[in-house]
Design a protein. Structure first.
Ligand code: MEV
Length: 437
């Protein structure tokens, strides 16, 4: 019978104590489970401690492949892009897209804007007009009371940029201060949240100062940055003549029109748009992870941005004008290259080094390009050969690895299955056959 999974004081146990509790309570063979979890501990204890401290209740390391995609030309400069991802074919697709565009002018990328947002949410029974009239006073007060917290950021060229009071008809007593920030090379979450909480904690006193000693006091509900960053966006694009798009299976013009139709469908249809955007995030998330940034934040912003006019749409647009093909992605990408995990995780630090220690603005461009490249590769396969051809080769290798195939068996299987349908049972049968010979 399975033991109860309820426990008191778990976080107080040592790492080994946590692991043995988990093994005892969650696995049929605790000794084997402990052995397996421990086999992923790093020999270098100091380094292991870095990973243990990143999160809580850590009992092991979960390894993901770290791949690289060379040959990316972005604004005329070459890059090898680091990608951390579990899905096979994503890195290969990035490499193909990079090579394809390498000889067609490469990728172009520009930062459109870099503003981040924070919100103080509060309830207030006072006169709405009175509060709205004080918007400038409130902003000045915010700047004044945030001076010491902002000092460093201002020195780096950032700081608090604006404040707006928002109201909602659905709930007349609910107010919001929507505050815009520039956080330079940091993602800025700690800076923004500190400013918000500090200012929110002073609001009782400030309201009294502004509206007199007998005024209604605000009831602050919460203060937190917003992950929706529609003013922190990049534009990535590729462009070439139709002739330059000639494929082995299709001429350039036919390919371009098929491609554009696929992109247009994702602009109209939510089912296709979701998959289309998932493909974009295959590239985006892989670079975000490799550089120690927060992929959930970028995904949340990207999906909200995709639905900004009320309909969820594909994030890329495609145009064909005269004989010119253009594919473009505009995406909110709020990332940092200092602070957070970027310099704590040894490989995130290496990723940034591999990218030439970019500023946050440069990293935004690289991430946008990774998303666009992925979208180009996916849609190109979909409208020509179909996606399974490329996927299946990787799938075959995964099956072979799962069946403990040796390197020469893998080579033979790749040749054998090059023109056959790949299923788990067929691959197992193939291995059994060659092993019997
Ligand atoms: C698979 O991970 C991503 C794709 O489905 C994206 C797309 O359909 O555009 C291939």
């Amino acid at each position: 019978m399975k033991k109860s999974m309820m426990v008191n004081g778990f976080s107080k146990r040592s790492k080994a104590g946590k692991l043995s509790w988990v093994a005892e309570h969650g696995f049929d063979n605790p000794a084997e489970a402990i052995g397996e979890f421990q086999s992923y501990w790093l020999d270098n204890e100091e380094r292991q401690r870095i990973y243990d401290r990143i999160s809580e209740n850590t009992i092991s390391n979960f390894i993901l492949p770290y791949g690289v995609a060379p040959n990316f030309i972005i604004n005329g400069k070459s890059y090898t892009i680091p990608m951390v991802i579990e899905e096979s074919s994503v890195v290969a697709a990035a490499c193909n897209a990079a090579k394809f565009w390498m000889n067609r002018g490469g990728f172009q990328a520009t930062v459109i804007n870099t503003e981040k947002i924070g919100q103080i949410h509060f309830y207030w029974n006072g006169q709405r007009e009175l509060l709205l009239r004080h918007e400038t006073t409130i902003f000045e007060s915010l700047l004044h009371h945030s001076k010491s917290l902002s000092e460093n950021m201002i020195r780096r060229g950032g700081g608090i940029k604006s404040l707006k009071i928002r109201t909602f008809e659905e709930d007349p007593d609910y107010y919001q201060f929507l505050i815009c920030f520039e956080t330079c090379d940091s993602m800025g979450a700690n800076y923004i949240n500190s400013i918000l909480e500090n200012f929110a904690s002073r609001l009782d006193d400030l309201f009294t100062e502004w509206f007199g000693p007998n005024c209604e006091l605000p009831d602050v509900l919460m203060s937190i940055l917003s992950n929706y960053t529609p003013q922190c966006t990049i534009r990535a694009s590729v462009e070439c003549t139709l002739q330059e798009l000639d494929q082995s299976e299709l001429n350039g013009k036919d390919f371009a029109y098929r491609f554009k139709k696929a992109v247009d469908i994702a602009r109209m249809d939510v089912y296709r748009a979701t998959t289309h955007n998932k493909g974009i995030f295959n590239g985006v998330d892989a670079v975000i992870l490799a550089t120690g940034n927060d992929f959930r934040a970028i995904e949340a912003a990207g999906h909200a941005y995709a639905a900004r006019d009320g309909q969820y749409r594909g994030l890329t647009t495609c145009s064909i004008e005269e004989d010119q093909f253009r594919l473009e992605l505009i995406l909110p990408v709020a990332v940092g290259t200092v602070g957070g995990l970027t310099h704590i995780h040894p490989l995130a630090k290496r990723s940034l080094e591999l990218l030439g220690n970019p500023s946050a603005r440069q990293l935004m461009k690289i991430i946008g390009v990774a998303g666009l490249a992925q979208n180009f590769a996916a849609v190109r396969s979909l409208v020509t050969t179909g996606i399974q051809k490329g996927h299946m080769k990787m799938h075959l290798i995964n099956i072979l690895n799962h069946l403990d195939a040796k390197p020469d068996e893998i080579d033979r299987a790749i040749v054998y299955f090059s023109d056959k349908i790949i299923t788990y049972s067929e691959v197992r049968k193939f291995l059994e056959n060659i092993r019997e010979l």
